[in-house]
Design a protein around this ligand. Structure first.
Ligand code: PMP
Length: 350
């Protein structure tokens, strides 16, 4: 560390992304889609290539309209971002600081505490309930701005919309990170029309198979979108490049492919949940594209290593509460059948 780094950043603990090895593994560790992007996205991106010498539209007007239309909202309710991580960063920069934290679930997306520390806000969390679901009453009762993923990150549990509606009746921001909502949960995006304190964050990284395209978005009341634009235009006005915008438009134009991919993931998730339970695993019921699970008698870290030795990559978190578990991304049916076979060998000691 040099003497030039500002004091306030010296203790920063950055987010650790999941490993990205160069091939050779069945990759079930970072909640990506096992399917390639839509062909329509490829066509759109090819057409965008010829204009890459020019800056893109800083408003990303075309994509903004496509997203607004998809969710039945106005374009003024949408801001597109460089991955939803950037959307989250803008929200923390705009609305959190020392003495003004966002309350979050204790077990959730690991970036929330990182952003809190980056902007100097306290890390305020509520424990999960015994069944690993988010404690809705704690969020309803508190007066802070709140943020949570729904379905929740790492656990895949889902909070019913009626609880979120109760949170919204207090004058504070309710930020719902819907990264995984397309895999069988109910979205609160339509509520943005009537609620000026609801902020929904979305991504094309999961259900629309574009993690490497880096495309996210915020859906909120016009005033909130305008405030987030203050941050965006003070930071990186061309934040979503021409190629990424084209990919995203192509993905939204191919709803048939999107639905097919989502259905296949849901089918593979239900298969996996049943098959691993038959092997004696304990799972948390998931509405997302991953399952948190543990093998009685084997620590999560050890199980992750054993799977890795056999060519299957899953995620393990050594944080309290999660260390007995592994988090397994749902891949294709074929990948999940292999995963189950490998797991069976480990459990039986073969
Ligand atoms: N929110 C949640 C809950 C996530 O799990 C992730 C990624 N793993 C993100 C946001 C960020 O996704 P991206 O930046 O790829 O849109």
């Amino acid at each position: 560390m040099t003497k030039y780094l500002l004091e306030k950043f010296k203790e920063l603990v950055p987010y650790t992304p999941g490993e990205q090895p160069q091939g050779g593994f069945i990759k079930l560790n970072t909640n990506e889609s096992p399917f390639p992007p839509s062909e329509r996205a490829r066509e759109r991106m090819k057409a965008a290539f010829d204009k890459l010498n020019l800056y893109n539209d800083p408003e990303n007007a075309e994509l903004t309209k496509v997203i607004a239309r998809c969710y039945g909202l106005d374009k003024e309710n949408v801001l597109v971002t460089n991955g939803s991580d950037e959307a989250l960063a803008f929200l923390y920069i705009a609305y959190a600081e020392k003495g003004k934290p966002f309350a979050a679930p204790e077990i959730s997306y690991g970036f929330y505490p990182v952003f809190s520390r980056l902007v100097g806000a306290e890390v305020k969390t509520f424990p999960l309930k015994e069944d690993f679901s988010v404690d809705e009453e704690a969020f309803i009762d508190c007066d802070d701005n709140v943020i949570f993923a729904n379905p929740n990150a790492q656990t895949g549990t889902f909070m019913a919309v009626e609880h979120i509606e109760r949170m919204l009746s207090k004058p504070r921001l309710v930020i719902v990170d819907e990264a995984y909502v397309d895999f069988g949960a109910q979205s609160v995006k339509p509520l943005v029309k009537s609620r000026d304190n609801l902020v929904v964050v979305g991504t094309l990284s999961k259900s629309r198979a574009l993690a490497g395209g880096r495309i996210g978005f915020v859906i909120a009341a016009r005033e909130i979108i305008d405030e987030l634009k203050l941050i965006k235009y003070s930071f990186n006005p061309y934040n979503l490049g021409r190629a990424a915008e084209a990919l995203a438009i192509g993905a939204f134009e191919d709803e048939k492919y999107f639905s097919e991919c989502v259905s296949k993931v849901i089918e593979a998730r239900e298969f996996t949940d049943k098959a691993v339970k038959e092997l004696g695993m304990v799972t948390v019921k998931s509405q997302a594209n991953f399952i948190l699970m543990r093998a009685p008698g084997i620590d999560g870290g050890e199980l992750k290593e054993k799977l890795m030795e056999r060519g299957v990559l899953v995620r393990h978190f050594s944080t309290p509460g999660l260390s007995p578990f592994i988090r397994v991304t749902i891949g294709s049916m074929e990948q999940m059948k292999t995963f189950v076979k490998v797991l069976k060998n480990i459990i039986s000691g073969a």
